[in-house]
Design a protein around this ligand. Structure first.
Ligand SMILES: [Zn+2]
Length: 316
C-alpha cells in the first residue's frame, strides 16, 4: 500500500492528500533550459533512463457540505499507467477508499488542467467491462470544474499536445462540465483561480478559511526547486515567460501570508510553505502532516457536528 491520506488543515477546512502513486519522467523535460550540471545537484536520484520520480498528489476536502476532489492523477484504464511508467502501484480510488470515501460521494472534481497525468481518473472502464470498452465517468454524481480555455485546447490538440490531451479522459465527462472563464467560487472556501503558463488555461485552487489560506498549484512547478528559482521553468510549459510571472507573483503572496503550498508532483505529500532566506531567496520548507491521533482527539465524539466545522474526512 502506498502512503496516502496525509491530513492538513487550513482554518476550519481539513484536507487529505490522496495519492495516485509515483511515476518517472524525463528530467531534462522537467528542467527545460536549465543545464544538467545545475539541476543534477538538486534533482534527487535519476534512474538509468535519466528520469526522476514525480508524485501524483491529489487533494480531497469537504467544504460547505460538498466533497471535492482536486486532480485525478494518471488513472488505470488500459494504457494509462504504462504510459506514465509508475514506480509504485497504487491508485487514487484505493486512497479515497482508505478514507472511507466512495466515488459516488464525490460532488465536484476539479482539474487544474487536462494533461493525462492530472485527469486520468476522470474516467474509468466499467467493472467487468472488456479492456476496449468505452470509458465512463469514475465519479458518477460529480460535476467537473475545468477552465473553458483548457477544455477548448484539450479537445483541439495540436501536434505538440495530442500525446497528453486524451479523448478517453475527456469525452465521457463532456456533459458534466462546469467550464470557467476566470475566477470561480466553488464554495465560499474553495476558489478556482486562473494561473496560466504551464498551459494557457491552467488554474490553481485556493482554499481560504478564517485568516488562513493555501493553494494547490497543479503544474505551476514539477519540482520544488522550480518554486524557489524564478527562471527555472519547466520544458513542458507552453508559455514559459507567463509561467515565470505567475509563479513570481503567487510565491510572493504565499510568503507574505504564510500560505500552505500544495503541489501535484512533489514527493508525497508535496505540502510545504515558501519562506525567504536572510539573503532574500525563496526557500521551500516541508510541512509535516497532522498526526492522525490529533484528528481523532479533536473530532472524536463530534461526528454529527462535522459540517459545522467545515467538514472533516472521517467516514460518517
Ligand atoms: Zn503534470
Amino acid at each position: 500500500m502506498i502512503p496516502s491520506g496525509a491530513k492538513f488543515r487550513i482554518g476550519g477546512v481539513d484536507l487529505a492528500v490522496v495519492n495516485d502513486g509515483t511515476y518517472w519522467y524525463d528530467a531534462g523535460a522537467i528542467f527545460g533550459v536549465v543545464p544538467r550540471v545545475m539541476w543534477e545537484r538538486v534533482s534527487g536520484p535519476l534512474d538509468d533512463r535519466y528520469r526522476i520520480p514525480l508524485g501524483l498528489n491529489c487533494l480531497l476536502l469537504r467544504s460547505q457540505g460538498k466533497t471535492i476532489l482536486i486532480e485525478t492523477g494518471v488513472g488505470a484504464k488500459p494504457g494509462d499507467r504504462d504510459a506514465a511508467s509508475p514506480a509504485e502501484e497504487g491508485t487514487l480510488l484505493d486512497s479515497l477508499g482508505a478514507l472511507g470515501v466512495t466515488p459516488e460521494e464525490v460532488d465536484i472534481v476539479v482539474n487544474t488542467h487536462l494533461h493525462a497525468d492530472h485527469c486520468g481518473w476522470n474516467t474509468t472502464i466499467p467493472n467487468g467491462g472488456a479492456p476496449d470498452a468505452a470509458p465512463v465517468p469514475t465519479f458518477p454524481n460529480a460535476r467537473y470544474v475545468v477552465s473553458a480555455r483548457e477544455w477548448e485546447d484539450a479537445t483541439h490538440p495540436n501536434e505538440r499536445t495530442r500525446a497528453t490531451y486524451l479523448s478517453r479522459n475527456l469525452d465521457p465527462i463532456a456533459d458534466r462540465l462546469d467550464l470557467m472563464d476566470g475566477e470561480h467560487r466553488i464554495t465560499d472556501e474553495v476558489i478556482f483561480v486562473p494561473a496560466p503558463g504551464h498551459t494557457d488555461g491552467h488554474s490553481t485552487v485556493v482554499v481560504r478559511s478564517g485568516q488562513e489560506w493555501g493553494v494547490y498549484l497543479g503544474d505551476l512547478a514539477q519540482h520544488r526547486t522550480q518554486l524557489e528559482r524564478t527562471p527555472w521553468v519547466s520544458g513542458l510549459d507552453t508559455l514559459p515567460l507567463v509561467s515565470m510571472e505567475t509563479k513570481k507573483r503567487l510565491m510572493d503572496e504565499c510568503i507574505e501570508a504564510g500560505a500552505l503550498v500544495m503541489f501535484c508532483h512533489g514527493a508525497y505529500p508535496g505540502v510545504g510553505r515558501m519562506t525567504r532566506t536572510p539573503e532574500g531567496y525563496r526557500k521551500w520548507v516541508d510541512v509535516e502532516p497532522l498526526p492522525p491521533e490529533a484528528f481523532a482527539r479533536e473530532h472524536g465524539g463530534h461526528e454529527d457536528g462535522g459540517h459545522e466545522h467545515g467538514g472533516h474526512l472521517h467516514p460518517h
